[in-house]
Design a protein. Structure first.
Length: 289
C-alpha cells in the first residue's frame, strides 16, 4: 500500500491530511502435479490479493482456485497483478467469487494485469466473473498467456460498460484492454481495445451498437478443428458468434444481459472441454452461490 505525500498545512493549527490509500497488490502462484493431483506448491502475495485453499471437485486432480480481492473494487491509482506458473502436466481452473469493479477514478489510472505461464502439456482455464466499469473509470486491463508445447488455455472475460441495472451508462472515462497469447514465444492471438466513455463507438453499429456487455472467449489447444460448428449448433443466438482460426478458437458476445452472456459461454465451454480435454465440464461450486 502506498500513501501519497501529506498535504502541507497552512499557517494554522490544523493537522496534515493524508491522501487516500492506493493499493499495489501482487499475487504469484506456482502449481505442479503431485500425488495424482495439481498442488499449489508455493504462493507469494503483497497487498489485497489472496487465494483460498485449492478445491478438487474432479477425479483427474484438476485444482480449482478462487482468486480473491477483499476490497471488492479497483480505485484510482490501484495497481494489481496476478501471475500463475503451471509446471509440466499441471491442470488448473482459475475463477473469482464476484465481479471486478473499476470505480470512478479519472484522472488516476487503475491497472490490472494477469500473466499465466504454462509449461509443456499444462492446462489452464481462466474464467473470472465480469468486470464492471463505473462511469468515470479510467482502467487498464492486460492478460498475457505464455504457452509451451502441448499446453492448453481457455479463458474468457466479460466487460460491462456502466451499470445497466442502475441505468448508468459509460459517459466518460476510458478502458484500455490488451490480450496476448503466445505459443513457444510466438504470438498466436493478439488484441487491443480502447473505448472512451461517451464515444461514438458505444452506439455505432460498427461498434457496440448500444449494447453495454462485451464478452470474449479464447481457446488455444492442439485439437480445435470442428469444434466451432458444434458450438454454433448449440448457441444459435443473435448476439453470439464463434470463429475458428488457424491456432485459436474465439467466441464473442454482444448484448445487454450478463447472465445470458455467461450462459452462452458456459455452453461453449461444455463443448470445448470434452473436445480438447476429453472430460466433461465441471463448474466451480462458487458459481452456484
Amino acid at each position: 500500500m502506498i500513501l501519497d505525500n501529506m498535504i502541507e498545512p497552512r499557517a494554522t493549527d490544523a493537522k496534515p491530511v493524508s491522501a487516500p490509500a492506493r493499493w499495489q497488490g501482487q499475487l504469484e502462484l506456482w502449481l505442479e502435479p503431485r500425488a495424482g493431483k495439481t498442488s499449489l506448491v508455493r504462493r507469494r502475495h503483497i497487498g489485497p490479493l489472496v487465494v483460498q485453499r485449492p478445491f478438487y471437485p474432479e477425479r483427474d486432480g484438476t485444482t480449482h482456485i478462487y482468486l480473491l480481492h477483499p476490497p471488492g473494487g479497483v480505485a484510482g491509482g490501484d495497481q494489481l497483478e496476478i501471475t500463475c506458473h503451471l509446471a509440466p502436466g499441471a491442470k488448473a481452473l482459475l475463477t473469482t467469487p464476484g465481479a471486478t469493479k473499476f470505480y470512478r477514478s479519472t484522472p488516476n489510472l487503475s491497472e490490472m494485469r494477469t500473466i499465466i505461464s504454462l509449461a509443456d502439456d499444462a492446462v489452464c482455464e481462466f474464467f473470472p466473473q465480469e468486470t464492471i466499469l463505473f462511469d468515470g473509470a479510467d482502467a487498464s486491463m492486460e492478460t498475457l498467456v505464455h504457452l509451451s508445447t502441448g499446453a492448453i488455455y481457455v479463458g474468457w472475460d466479460f466487460i460491462s460498460f456502466g451499470r445497466p441495472a442502475a441505468n448508468e451508462r459509460f459517459t466518460f472515462g476510458t478502458l484500455r484492454q490488451r490480450t496476448s497469447v503466445l505459443r513457444d514465444g510466438r504470438p498466436i492471438w493478439f488484441e487491443r481495445l480502447r473505448v472512451d466513455g461517451g464515444s461514438t463507438l458505444l452506439d455505432a453499429r460498427f461498434g457496440l451498437a448500444g449494447n453495454p456487455i462485451l464478452g470474449t472467449m479464447i481457446c488455444a489447444g492442439p485439437s480445435i478443428e470442428g469444434l466451432a460448428d458444434k458450438i454454433r449448433e448449440t448457441n444459435d443466438h443473435v448476439g453470439f458468434s464463434v470463429s475458428q482460426l488457424e491456432r485459436t478458437l474465439v467466441c464473442r458476445y454482444l448484448g445487454s444481459d450478463i447472465s445470458e452472456a455467461k450462459l452462452l459461454f458456459t455452453r461453449a465451454w461444455e463443448i470445448l472441454r470434452p473436445g480438447i480435454l476429453g472430460k466433461p465440464a465441471v463448474a466451480p461450486r462458487i458459481w452456484s452461490t
